[in-house]
Structures are given as structure tokens and as C-alpha cells.
Design a protein around this ligand. Structure first.
Ligand code: ATP
Length: 348
């Protein structure tokens, strides 16, 4: 098991350009499932590849278990990597695929069998040992690839969107399986995804990245409820947080905190706004209401509300309603830096 640390880690692909990864300081915890989350091009894969030893940093250090590993080969770093395309050898059976890295290391046959049995029992794939990859489903192939990664008993797991080839249903079950499996083996894992649901569901902590920089590191609850800046506030959550500038400050609140008449009274200290609903979406479990603010500090600003379908509020398009947000659910950001600032008086 290992703690991974990066110090001012930077990768510039073309001299003169902005870095794909800029000055990233990161420290994983023992046995942690750490997720790198960010939009396409934010530098997640490049960061992971530098930790793996597949990409040379322009500057900065990578430490594994307290030791600088910049000059070590991927194999010397004791890392197992699972990619989006797990690239099993098509002509070999699942068993042979799994023991392939052990054979390459010259490990004796009996030991190879023992480790393959161990990995297969963890992943429930022993019955698939004699099948070729083409005879396996996407999810089964993914488990074989995972087994192949763990038989080497790595001290660190690096995963780059390993579930993205699976359909939505399989993806959800594979996600849960992978999470439980990581907890069972207790190996530190770093997992790259651009899917916020996956990040929130799987991560012990989430590293939110944008343009090669880390915007925030925290538990899913912290990055969602206490975003460090407007980027994190709007990248997480669907629909995203409402971001409304007024009176020299940016005010943010989540759609699920912008509540219809009948609920506001139960909120405690709150602020009310006139909300003109322009259109709505019925999504089964909830309704998404789109519209604009009517009058006040946010006049004509677009805003979204998200209410449980069970709420049963009579709300129709084209009308104006008095919606409310509890004071505790209002977040304030500096308009210049876009970073969180201290709570202020809510504009009304
Ligand atoms: P995605 O989710 O799309 O995979 P990502 O967050 O993993 O994106 P990276 O693949 O790390 O992002 O890319 C970060 C930036 O570095 C991008 O602007 C990309 O174009 C650039 N980049 C990545 N690899 C190279 C390379 N080999 N040569 C030049 N530029 C590269």
C-alpha cells in the first residue's frame, strides 16, 4: 500500500504553451479511492500517466510511499494500471491473460495459479477462466482486466475511465463492484473520470481539475456543498448551481434549494424571490423548472429550480411564483477571482 504525492507537478507538451498540468500538489491517503474529475482536456490523464511513469514531467516531483520515483520505470513503481480499453490478448484464454504479467516476471507456475485463483475469487470470475475474450461480455472482460492488474499485487492502482465502454446499467453495477473490490483489497486507487456521478459515488475524495490545475480537493459532500469557486459550483450538479451576480457579489444556490410556495415557510431564515417559470421538464422523480427572476436585485436573470415530483406543487409555465432559498443555502463568490467569500447579506 502506498501514499502518492505530487509536488508542483507540471507537464508542458509544447514550449511556450500553457501546461497540460500546472503545479499540481496532491497527496493521497492510505487505502484511499481518490478520483480525478474534470472536463475533457483538463489534464486528468496526463497527471495519471505521469504518476504511472508513462509520461515524463516537465518539472516537479512524484513520490510513492515517501520516495521520489521520477526516475523509476513504471514497473519499478509497483503500479497497476487499467485503461478505458483494457486490451486483453484475444488469442489467450481469460486465465492466460490474467497470469501473463506473472509469467513475464518469471514467477513459478504454482504461484501463478494461486494468485489467479485469489484474484478470480475476489472478482467472481473463476468460471470464465477457459473462455477467450470474444466469449466474454464487456463487464466480464473488465473484470478479467482487473484480475490481470491485481495479480501483480501492486501497491497502487491507477484507473483511467475503465467503465466508459459499458452500457449505463452495467456501468452502475460495475461501479459498485469496483468500489467494493477496492475496499476489500485496501489498495490506494486513483481513478480518472469526467462523469460527476461516478466521481461522487466512488470517491473517498474528489480532485476537481480545470485547465491543468486543481480547483478543489475534498469529500464528495464538501466539493458539492462547499464549492471553492464558481467552476466547481457549476461543474458539479445537474442542473448546475444558479450563479447570479448582483451588488458587487456573486450569489450561488443549488436548484434543489430554490423552493416553491408552501415549503419556504419551513426553511427558517430565508430570502424570497419572484420566479417566472418559462418552461418545465417532468423527469419522473422530479421536476426541473426553468425561468427568470422578476424584479429585485436579480431582475431578469435566468434561474432553475428542481423539486421532487412528490411535492405536488401546482406550478404552470408562464406564471410568477414566490420561491425561496434558506440563508444557509446561499453561497457567495468574489466576482473578480470567482472564489468563495464570506457569507454576506442576501440581495433581495
Ligand atoms: P479527456 O477527459 O478528454 O481524456 P483529460 O482531462 O484527460 O481529457 P489530457 O488528456 O490530460 O486531458 O490532456 C490535457 C491537455 O494536454 C489537452 O489540452 C491535450 O490536448 C493536451 N495533450 C495531451 N496529450 C498530449 C500530447 N501527447 N501532445 C500534446 N498535447 C497533449
Amino acid at each position: 500500500m502506498a501514499i502518492v504525492e505530487t509536488r508542483k507537478l507540471t507537464k508542458v507538451f509544447k514550449r511556450g504553451n500553457v501546461g497540460a498540468v500546472n503545479n499540481v500538489d496532491l497527496e493521497s491517503r492510505e487505502g484511499e479511492f481518490l478520483v480525478l474529475l474534470g472536463p475533457s482536456g483538463s489534464g486528468k490523464t496526463t497527471l495519471l500517466r505521469m504518476i504511472a511513469g508513462l509520461e515524463e514531467p516537465t518539472s516537479g516531483d512524484i513520490l510513492i510511499g515517501g520516495r521520489v520515483v521520477n526516475d523509476l520505470t513504471p514497473r519499478e513503481r509497483g503500479i497497476a494500471m487499467v485503461f478505458q480499453s483494457y486490451a486483453l490478448y484475444p488469442h489467450l484464454t481469460a486465465f492466460k491473460n490474467i497470469v501473463f504479467p506473472l509469467k513475464a516476471q518469471g514467477i513459478a507456475k504454482a504461484e501463478r495459479q494461486k494468485r489467479a485463483d485469489w484474484a478470480a475469487s475476489l472478482l467472481g470470475i473463476k468460471h470464465l477462466f477457459q473462455r477467450k475474450p470474444r466469449e466474454l461480455s464487456g463487464g466480464e472482460r473488465q473484470r478479467v482486466a482487473l484480475a490481470r492488474a491485481i495479480v501483480r499485487e501492486p501497491s497502487l492502482f491507477l484507473l483511467d475511465e475503465p467503465l466508459s465502454n459499458l452500457d449505463a446499467k452495467l456501468r452502475a453495477s460495475a461501479r459498485e463492484e469496483l468500489e467494493q473490490f477496492q475496499k476489500r483489497i485496501g489498495t490506494t486507487a486513483i481513478y480518472v473520470t469526467h462523469d460527476q456521478v461516478e466521481a461522487m459515488a466512488m470517491g473517498d475524495r474528489v480532485v476537481v481539475m480545470s485547465q491543468g490545475s486543481v480547483r478543489q480537493i475534498g469529500t464528495p459532500a464538501v466539493v458539492y456543498d462547499e464549492p471553492a469557486d464558481t467552476f466547481v459550483a457549476t461543474f458539479l450538479g445537474s442542473p448546475p448551481m444558479n450563479i447570479l451576480p448582483a451588488n458587487g457579489v456573486i450569489v450561488g444556490f443549488r436548484p434543489e434549494h430554490f423552493l416553491p410556495p408552501g415549503v419556504a415557510e419551513r426553511l427558517g431564515e430565508h430570502v424570497s424571490y419572484q420566479f417566472r417559470v418559462t418552461h418545465s421538464e417532468y423527469l419522473g422523480a422530479e421536476r426541473i423548472l426553468y425561468g427568470t427572476m422578476e424584479g429585485g436585485a436579480f431582475n431578469e436573470r435566468k434561474v432553475i429550480s428542481r423539486i421532487p415530483a412528490t411535492h405536488g406543487a401546482e406550478i404552470s409555465d408562464g406564471n410568477v411564483y414566490s420561491f425561496a432559498v434558506a440563508n444557509r443555502d446561499l453561497k457567495f463568490f468574489d466576482p473578480k477571482t470567482e472564489k468563495r467569500t464570506a457569507a454576506a447579506r442576501p440581495p433581495s
